[in-house]
Design a binder for this molecule. Structure first.
Ligand code: MG
Length: 366
């Protein structure tokens, strides 16, 4: 450490401010209804923010200890861990907000490994000037989402950055789940002959966000599909067990990207059936208007399941009998040709390649 300069004994003594000059540290500014830099200071304002605006929504014994780390009983066997950062704009959108999205998104990723989520953590980056009323709405919604899923948020962190250095707020969530060795779906487990199912209509989350951003109005408003898929996975497991080879939530990049990832990981081909794709009318209309392909639009409350053919009917009816899967459909087949490639049989009988997009079709969507 050659940048440390020893203090010379001859250095003049620095004079301390006299009491008459007033206190050396400025007192915190009064509360104004907005997030202030002091809320991230680690001092009194931070403690108040935590106690009054976060803890009431996430109450659980592990969190309330307010120790440096939450201590949890260890599940037997293996753990699934997933982490995700949410930067969606706007923070509130038809059908949801960044808080519930952060809970659902992370729980869903854990559930896609067949694991049962047992705990969540969250880190918040707040921008100076963010309305405290908006923060309250988002934290309330996040607490409700975690409670509805029955998964405690056991550790968290808040930081505040200056105006202009973040767009309102960003949230990073991590989820831990217990893996049951008897139920191990994975992206590399698709086999030729398997059936591809989708649990509901596609493209709703992405187009709900884009409709708000672009100021589009439709006769039927498009709402985000954001939802916790844990119960749907449980229903699927009960109906098809080990016949469920792959589970994937087609979020950013949509169904097209998710099936491409499955084809690549499993070294198989996948054939989609265009007329079978459940695309809601308003989503199709909005996509046409904006020049987007619904197959690439983000979803936050549906899953893709690649299921052994002999369990496919049972899996589909289990999905359809659950409220979250009422719109489930059989959309494709795994094939032993054009490995690592996805093709789609179009309505007029042609075939086209469904490739990965080179970049982001829709930025800041989740
Ligand atoms: Mg995922």
């Amino acid at each position: 450490m050659d940048d440390i300069v020893p203090i010379s004994p001859q250095a003049p003594e620095r004079s301390l401010p006299s009491l008459a000059e007033g206190p050396a540290c400025p007192a915190p500014a009064p509360i104004t209804g907005e997030v202030q830099l002091g809320h991230g200071s680690g001092g009194k304002l931070s403690a108040t923010l935590l106690r009054e605006r976060f803890l009431p929504h996430f109450a659980n014994p592990a969190l309330e200890r307010l120790a440096d780390a939450a201590v949890l009983p260890a599940p037997v066997g293996e753990l699934a861990i997933s982490t995700d950062t949410f930067v969606v704009h706007p923070l509130e959108f038809p059908g949801g907000d960044i808080g519930m999205l952060a809970v659902h998104g992370t729980l869903n990723d854990v559930a896609m490994m067949g694991a049962v989520p047992v705990a969540l953590t969250a880190g918040f980056v707040l921008e100076e000037g963010l309305s405290l009323a908006l923060l309250d709405r988002i934290v309330t919604s996040m607490g409700l989402a975690a409670r509805a899923a029955g998964v405690p948020l056991v550790a968290g962190d808040t930081k505040v950055v200056e105006r202009g250095k973040a767009d309102g707020m960003f949230i990073c969530t991590t989820g831990i789940g217990a893996v049951d060795p008897a139920f191990r779906p994975g992206p590399e487990r698709a086999r030729p002959g398997d059936v591809v199912l989708v649990s509901g209509p596609i493209g709703r989350h992405g187009m709900a966000i884009m409709a708000v951003r672009e100021g589009l109005a439709f006769e039927a408003a498009i709402e985000s599909d954001t939802a916790c898929l844990v119960p749907l996975v449980a229903a699927l497991r009960q109906a098809a067990g080990c016949g469920v080879h792959v589970l994937r939530d087609p979020t950013r990049g949509g169904v097209a990207s998710a099936v491409n990832e499955i084809a690549a990981a499993s070294r198989v081909g996948i054939e989609l059936d265009q007329p079978a794709l459940p695309i809601p009318g308003p989503v199709e209309a909005a996509c046409e208007m904006l020049g987007l392909d619904p197959l690439y639009v983000a979803n936050e409350g549906i899953l893709l399941a690649v299921v052994a053919v002999e369990r496919a009917d049972a899996a589909l009816s289990a999905l359809r009998s659950h409220p979250l899967g009422a719109g489930a459909a059989r959309i494709g087949t795994v094939v032993d040709v054009h490995h690592r490639m996805v093709v789609m049989r179009t309505a007029i009988g042609g075939m086209r390649v469904v490739d990965l997009l080179p970049g982001d079709q829709l930025p800041r969507i989740c």
